[in-house]
Design a protein around this ligand. Structure first.
Ligand SMILES: Nc1ncnc2c1ncn2[C@@H]1O[C@H](COP(=O)(O)OP(=O)(O)OP(=O)(O)O)[C@@H](O)[C@H]1O
Ligand SMILES: [Mg+2]
Length: 196
């Protein structure tokens, strides 16, 4: 997995989780160390867990709850709560760029306004929001089966189709790959060293 080098990435860390709760908890731990101006770009297929992870971020940041999938709302702002985990900390700006075709359309929604004072998290943001900041944390979520990538598995064996149509949303393993870009992310956050 780490053999897939990504141009410009300063480092890469892979974390494996078994349940949605663990994905949430990892987001919450990361949310505890984020600062105003941070940009996070989330990549992963439908249902990979991008929103679940963002809900964890919101908890760790101590923002107003209710981070629901913003599929039909492009941007949601979650104000920091005085009674939350990090009083006085950054707000969370949660963006779903799924329907936004280009960087130009991203510019129309004016994220620059809130970027410096908030943590900005963009689902489906890859190749759409990189121009907004010198630095970004890129987070890729993959469904995993037996420790390997499910897309790879199905291509090779064609045998995991049943798992992909699980209607119960039962807990399944995920592989979450973090990559740092730019000066803000010159070092691996400690919480990733601990969990990797
Ligand atoms: N290990 C896991 N991590 C995250 N979610 C999991 C895990 N196992 C099962 N799930 C389930 O998968 C679903 C993930 O949905 P979520 O809305 O977070 O995905 P998403 O990537 O935001 O999708 P979309 O692209 O539609 O926005 C949830 O129903 C969650 O309970
Ligand atoms: Mg989502």
């Amino acid at each position: 997995m780490s053999s897939n080098a990504v141009p410009g990435a300063l480092w890469e860390r892979t974390v494996k989780v078994a349940t949605a709760e663990q994905t949430h908890a990892l987001g919450s731990a990361l949310g505890g160390v984020l600062v105003p101006g941070d940009l996070l770009v989330l990549t992963g297929e439908l249902g990979a867990g991008k929103t679940t992870f963002t809900q964890g971020l919101g908890e760790g940041l101590g923002v107003r709850a209710g981070v629901i999938s913003p599929t039909f709302v492009l941007v949601r702002i979650h104000p920091n709560l005085p009674e939350g985990r990090r009083p006085g900390g950054p707000d969370l700006v949660h963006v779903d760029a799924y329907r936004l075709g280009s960087a130009a359309e991203i510019d129309d929604i004016d994220l620059e306004n809130t970027l410096d004072s908030s943590v900005t998290v963009v689902e489906w943001g890859r190749e759409r929001v990189e121009h907004l900041s010198d630095s970004r944390l890129d987070i890729e979520l993959h469904r995993t089966v037996g420790g390997t990538d499910s897309a790879l598995d199905s291509a090779e064996t064609g045998q995991d189709a049943v798992l992909d149509f699980d209607p119960e949303d039962d807990d399944e393993p995920r592989t979450i790959v973090f990559r740092g870009f730019g000066p803000r992310w010159s070092h691996v956050p400690e919480i990733l060293e601990e969990n990797a």
